[in-house]
Design a protein around this ligand. Structure first.
Ligand SMILES: Cc1cc2nc3c(=O)[nH]c(=O)nc-3n(C[C@H](O)[C@H](O)[C@H](O)COP(=O)(O)OP(=O)(O)OC[C@H]3O[C@@H](n4cnc5c(N)ncnc54)[C@H](O)[C@@H]3O)c2cc1C
Length: 535
């Protein structure tokens, strides 16, 4: 008996894949989602490390498309912890009855476009093969964890965890000597939480980041009522802001106000919850180096004021980039952790790690004996999950090879040479620099409308033209260049020293802002999908 050929296969059951499945059902499409994990939620399924939580305001993060979900779900905190967000994803999966079309424990290893049949053939790790007309990747921007390239990782005899693959069973720290490698956004959350119960904590830091206070709190019943009554306005505000956050950039330039006024504004931002200090700052602090220096100086002084030992403060202050030019970790007492007598900071720029030993971590200075090592070493961001699948388009061309010198896409959603492949939250897509679900909804709705259009036209194949791809890729580069973050090594620039070949800056994110991106996508659609060829 011939096996099913699906209309669409979706890889990934995070927020992108879940919503895409829902919309595919609206189209009446036969769809199947393939998910490596054993449950829904993506990021919120995998990242169970202590302290994991939003830095988006919870009430701006959930799906906006269903009044019923908005009415029934209640966030308990302004920045919800991971268990609550996972419960939210499960609640949505139940509500929309999504699980019956999701294959869990199904890691996709390869996807090959069969030109003669105009179908994608997808192969899972366990040998399962499925076919479909359309292939939609929802593999996540931060879903491919990376381990450091340090010798001896396998030798360690104690407990060892990567934050992005945290065990489902509880992990305890009391009485233990714990080492954390990494000081990015995840590490900042984990370190702060672990420090509350740990026996002794050693933090191995290579690059300090500029962190700012989260100021989380519980949502009071009055706030809950207000939030529920104003969802339409909340989402409208997000829609019109650069990164779809609730925070709007201040229309003033940093240097056009007096130093006193500037200082007062920075104090206000530092005391306010969330990403306001990053996204709601003076309009030029992420573009103009002189403006950036003013906020950088302010945050530097704040860090110094929070640490008892000035030497440790200097180690925690970044010297190779300005505030906001890398992703800003939001913290809830991170700096004060280093005032604890049972916490030690090791600066790897002074004493690099030589190897992991059976007993702990050996730097050029000493061997640190540990009971547990936590790798908070992040992800092969944006393109990593794509690179881990052998995706082959027309004439067996590999996506990995095509993107070897940096991604090339049209609208961050399609790639020339790879017909009928859609890349939700893929490189060059506004979603990479976004309060992500807001952009996920845009991505999914746009792709769904294109599929509906094709069905109405009796078309079965869509692919961008070389010219359209060239022009979009150039536009991504041009828009990015004005931003200060493109002059700094970070995952937002495709850099990951733990991944071979990811040591050259490339534009993986779209920095033109979500409103501009949406406008461009809408123009393409209303112009009859300019830049695409159909058959
Ligand atoms: C710790 C952490 C905190 C974050 N906080 C925020 C925040 O506050 N605000 C915000 O906007 N964003 C945040 N993000 C980004 C977050 O990834 C997005 O908000 C959003 O969850 C992305 O959803 P997604 O469905 O696109 O991807 P994901 O949630 O990453 O889901 C992708 C899914 O695809 C699956 N998958 C990948 N490859 C394969 C394969 N080969 N075969 C089968 N399945 C595969 C994965 O298992 C995963 O379940 C955070 C990320 C992390 C890691």
């Amino acid at each position: 008996m011939a096996s099913t050929v699906y209309d669409a296969l979706v890889i990934g059951a995070g927020l992108s894949g879940m919503y895409q499945l829902h919309r595919l059902r609206d189209l009446g499409a036969r769809a199947r989602v393939l998910e490596a994990g054993s449950g829904v939620g993506g990021t919120w399924y995998w990242n169970r490390y202590p302290g994991a939580r939003f830095d988006s305001e919870s009430w701006t993060y959930g799906y906006s498309f269903s009044d019923e979900i908005l009415r029934e779900w209640e966030w308990s905190e302004h920045f919800a912890p991971q268990p609550e967000t996972l419960r939210y994803c499960e609640f949505v999966a139940d509500k929309l009855d999504l699980r019956r079309d999701i294959e869990f424990n199904c890691r996709v290893e390869a996807a090959r476009y069969d030109e003669a049949a105009n179908e994608w053939e997808v192969e899972a790790e366990d040998g399962r093969r499925l076919r479909s007309r359309f292939l939609i990747t929802a593999v996540g921007p931060l879903s491919a964890p990376t381990m450091p390239t340090i010798p001896g990782v396998e030798d360690f005899r104690g407990e060892a965890y990567h934050t992005g693959r945290w065990p489902h069973a509880p992990v305890t720290f009391a009485g233990k000597r714990v080492g954390v490698i990494g000081t990015g956004a995840t590490a900042v959350q984990a370190i702060t939480e672990i420090a509350k119960t740990v026996g002794h904590l050693t933090v191995f830091q290579r690059t300090p980041n500029w962190c700012a206070p989260l100021h989380n709190s519980r949502i009071t019943p009055e706030e809950q009522a207000r939030i529920k009554a104003s969802y339409a306005e909340i989402f409208e505000t997000c829609r019109n802001s650069f990164g779809c956050f609730i925070h709007q950039a201040d229309p003033r330039h940093a240097l056009e106000v007096s130093p006193e006024e500037r200082e007062a504004f920075y104090e206000k931002l530092y005391a306010a919850p969330g990403f306001g200090i990053w996204m709601g700052n003076f309009r030029d602090v992420l573009i103009n180096a002189e403006a950036n220096a003013t906020i950088t100086d302010f945050v530097r002084r704040k860090i110094r004021s929070r640490l008892k030992d000035p030497k440790i403060a200097e180690k925690l202050i970044p010297t190779n980039h300005g505030f906001g030019t890398r992703r800003v970790p939001l913290e809830s007492g991170y700096y004060e952790v280093f005032n604890q007598p049972n916490v030690r900071l090791i600066d790897l720029r002074e004493t690099p790690i030589e190897r992991i030993t059976p007993a702990g971590i050996k730097t050029t200075e000493a061997e640190h004996v540990l009971d547990m090592i936590i790798y908070a070493t992040g992800f092969d961001a944006i393109t990593g999950a794509f690179d881990r699948i052998d995706i082959r388009g027309r004439a067996g061309r590999r996506l990995r090879d095509k993107w070897a010198g940096g991604p090339r896409t049209y609208l961050g959603l399609q790639v020339e040479g790879f017909p009928n492949l859609f890349t939700l939250v893929g490189p060059h897509n506004a979603a990479t620099f976004c309060n992500i679900p807001r952009c996920i909804e845009q991505n999914v709705e746009w792709v769904t409308a294109l599929l509906r259009h094709m069905r109405a036209q009796g078309q079965t194949r869509v692919e961008p033209t070389t010219d359209a791809e060239e022009a979009w890729t150039q536009h991504v580069l041009d828009t990015g260049r004005r931003m200060l973050f493109t002059q700094v090594d970070s995952w937002m620039m495709g850099i990951n020293s733990n991944v071979e070949g990811k040591n050259k800056r490339t534009f993986v994110v779209y920095a033109g802002g979500a409103p501009k991106y949406r406008e461009r996508c809408d123009e393409v659609a209303s112009g009859g999908y300019t830049g695409f060829t159909f058959a």
